[in-house]
Design a binder for this molecule. Structure first.
Ligand SMILES: Nc1ncnc2c1ncn2[C@@H]1O[C@H](COP(=O)(O)OP(=O)(O)OP(=O)(O)O)[C@@H](O)[C@H]1O
Length: 706
């Protein structure tokens, strides 16, 4: 066990290593080595840097109309440790697809052929070896930067690692990403002013470098940032590469300062290579090809200008209004169309020394068989994951006003309204229906209001999906964490509002009756929460999710036995099975019994009293022989069932859906190829990797050629 001083020393060594000139290309820094050793239980780690090569890489996608589109065509290139490779090209040129292909994240309708080798091997691209930073910063807005990174560390680092070392790793990551100044500032959400867009991007990167991956993929890390923030983010990426990491990022429109930070440039247009080589030599390449960069023009703007065929349309529009200016220009791009320029450049590159050198280097790197570390995602135990997720989620819920506090307020206001409308309802003849409608409103509409939490669930799901894609924890740990963290808030909301309602209306007196009422309200609200969570796992759009949730609950309410008495509900479908699936039905049956049984009501004739049991059987059509506690236990078991459904939905989304989509795409392609001869034989193409394989670490970096 190392003490914190030793850990801090290691942190400093790590930071030193990340400084330019302090490269640790071959091995790992001491702190990183600790992480790997924990998993591999081996003393020797050796050279674990990532050398990635790709050769003749082609990606085809199957479109919904059955056609196929070649998105990438015969790409060859490499990325080495200690270097920062930028993928550039106009929109739709295939940057993201290349990144996805290299990181085994292709969509299920995309198929690739060619060879991708990591350290000379067709190998598993595990979470520990590679990390992927997506374009969207899906972070928890209520947590500070330090908390965000600390929770991530607890979720993924081994339990055995002392907390002082984990903290040291978190602090070193904060320093490495230049986040010291905002470390204690919240990320920010709709009601909390937080850190800037550039800082958010750096937090997203920090979360992925925490496990010290050797290979880092980033999809447009500078998009949406101003030029200063884009520069700092890119500078940080360059710093990360100097620590011996292999960094590959797609970059949209870099400024000249950002461009100067690139080591290697991969320029794409229409899925073809326009240039691959040293970024600093691109200028010369374009000049040799006949497209020199005019003075005073940003080189990257010039490169993109030359290879973006949309400029043909821009030129046509401008020519109409600024004819003379174009005629006097001696820019070669004014004399030919961009489509022709692209063709010239692609052809020039294919026969150039740059292409030859790249191919030769790919061959050289491919021959060197190196170690590929496989840390297999999170190294924390399942219990630690579940505990950390519960704690993190609880903190988020308690800080986000919109998650539960607002609902608590609304619930109190609404139940006070119910209380005043049904105030001291009594046992008069008219109170019989009033008690029925009060129960129906409480268990129908009041529980329905829980739908308001849906936007927060959607936010939770976005964070979950990002973390899940990077293998941060298990699905079960997430479901447990989400269920447990919500429990105290739901108890608070339902017990407070239930108590107000119970005592103002003066429902059936007695502690047991009070307890049943609030428990039934708690169970019903929790069922709605679980139902909405299950919906959020498949419908990430919050408007659509609310509409679907409202529709389902509307149907459940309709068959609850209030709007139509239980025995009058049409038997096929509506009574069996719908009313039995509806939690409103069980809640109402239980509450009617809880409230009316044992009470005696006035009738229209003062001499005759009506017992509650008679009303239950003959007016509300309730089965009085079934205990109300059975009704309550049915609702509680529904909570478990909905949580299991939530789990299954996530699994289906992760495993089955990509497989089905891939299968359909493959069939469609085969059918199309059966009818007509395309230039690309589909049997050359490997199946795109599925998320299941990716998550379970069964995906190969390069699907087999067929
Ligand atoms: N799974 C897919 N299904 C259908 N078409 C796809 C798929 N993946 C990529 N494409 C198409 O391939 C082309 C390249 O897409 P890609 O997202 O790789 O481009 P990009 O250079 O990253 O663009 P941008 O800069 O706009 O993100 C686009 O025309 C896109 O519509």
């Amino acid at each position: 066990m190392r003490d914190s001083a030793a850990a801090a020393k290691e942190v400093m060594m790590e930071i030193e290593a990340s400084k330019p000139g302090g490269m640790v290309v071959a091995g790992l820094s001491p702190l990183s080595e600790t992480i790997w050793k924990e998993k591999r239980s081996t003393e020797f780690v050796g050279d674990v840097s990532a050398r990635l090569t790709w050769k003749d890489l082609t990606v085809m996608v199957s479109l919904s109309n059955g056609d196929t589109q070649k998105v990438l065509e015969g790409l060859t290139g490499y990325a080495e440790p200690g270097s920062f490779t930028a993928l550039m090209g106009p929109s739709g040129s295939g940057k993201s697809t290349l990144l996805d292909a290299l990181s085994s994240r292709l969509a299920s309708n995309a198929f690739l052929s060619g060879t991708i080798l990591l350290n000379g091997r067709k190998t598993k691209l595990s979470f520990g070896t590679a990390a992927y930073v997506t374009q969207d910063d899906n972070l928890i807005g209520t947590l500070t930067v330090r908390e965000t990174i600390s929770y991530s560390a607890q979720l993924r680092l081994p339990d055995k690692m002392p907390w002082s070392e984990k903290r040291a790793l978190v602090e070193s990551t904060i320093i490495e990403m230049g986040l010291q100044d905002c470390a204690d500032t919240v990320i920010g959400n709709w009601h909390l002013r937080g850190i800037s867009g550039g800082e958010k991007r750096r937090v997203s990167i920090a979360l992925e470098i925490l496990m010290r991956p050797r290979l880092l993929f980033l999809d447009e890390p500078t998009s949406g940032l101003d030029s200063a923030s884009a520069f700092f983010v890119t500078q940080t990426l360059r710093g990360l590469s100097r620590d011996g990491r292999t960094v590959i990022a797609s970059i949209h429109q870099p400024s000249s300062e950002v461009f100067e930070l690139f080591d290697r440039l991969y320029l794409l247009s229409g899925g073809k290579t326009v240039y691959f080589g040293q970024a600093s030599e691109a200028y010369e390449f374009f000049a040799q090809a006949g497209f020199p960069c005019p003075a005073l023009r940003n080189p990257s703007d010039h490169f993109l200008r030359c290879i973006n065929s949309d400029f043909d349309k821009v030129k046509a529009t401008l020519k109409g209004s600024m004819k003379l200016r174009f005629e006097s220009s001696d820019d070669p791009l004014e004399k030919i169309t961009t489509t022709e320029a692209i063709r010239t450049l692609v052809e020039f590159y294919r026969t150039s020394q740059y292409c030859y050198a790249a191919k030769q280097r790919v061959e050289e790197i491919s021959k060197v068989k190196g170690t590929v570390l496989d840390s297999g995602g999170s190294q924390a135990s399942f219990l630690m994951q579940a505990f950390t997720l519960t704690k993190r989620s609880f903190l988020n819920m308690s800080r986000d006003f919109g998650y539960y506090w607002l609902r608590l307020l609304i619930y109190i206001v609404v139940t006070v309204c119910i209380g005043t409308i049904y105030l001291n309802v009594g046992t008069s003849y008219n109170s019989i229906l009033a008690r029925g409608s009060c129960a129906s409103f409480v268990f129908g509409f009041v529980t329905f209001m829980s739908i308001g939490g849906f936007p927060s669930f959607v936010e939770d799901m976005k964070v979950f999906q990002r973390e899940r894609l990077n293998g941060h924890y298990a699905v079960t740990a997430f479901v447990i964490g989400n269920t447990l963290s919500a429990m105290p808030f739901l108890i608070l909301i339902t017990f407070l509002s239930g108590t107000i309602c119970y005592f103002m209306v003066r429902l059936h007196p007695g502690f047991e009756h009070y307890l049943f009422f609030v428990l039934c309200l708690y169970a019903s609200v929790t069922v709605v929460e679980s139902l909405m969570m299950a919906i959020a796992s498949i419908v990430p759009n919050f408007l659509m999710g609310i509409i679907i949730g409202a529709g389902i609950q509307g149907i459940f309410m309709l068959v609850s036995g209030y709007f139509r008495l239980p025995k009058d509900i049409p038997k096929p479908l509506w009574r069996y099975p719908m009313s039995y699936i509806s939690f409103h039905f069980w809640a109402l049956q239980g509450q009617y019994q809880n409230d009316l049984m044992g009470l005696v009501f006035d009738s229209e004739s003062p001499a005759v009293k009506i017992p509650g049991e008679y009303l239950l059987e003959n007016v509300f059509q309730i089965d009085v022989h079934r205990s109300k506690w059975i009704d309550l236990s049915v609702i509680f078991s529904m909570i478990v069932i909905y949580r299991i459904i939530f789990f299954i939905m996530i699994k289906i989304n992760e495993d089955v859906t990509p497989w089905v989509r891939g299968y359909i795409a493959r069939r469609r392609m085969q059918q199309k190829n059966g009818n007509q001869n395309t230039t690309d034989a589909p049997d050359r193409l490997g199946r795109s990797p599925s998320l299941r394989n990716y998550v379970a670490n069964h995906a190969t970096a390069q699907p087999s050629k067929r």
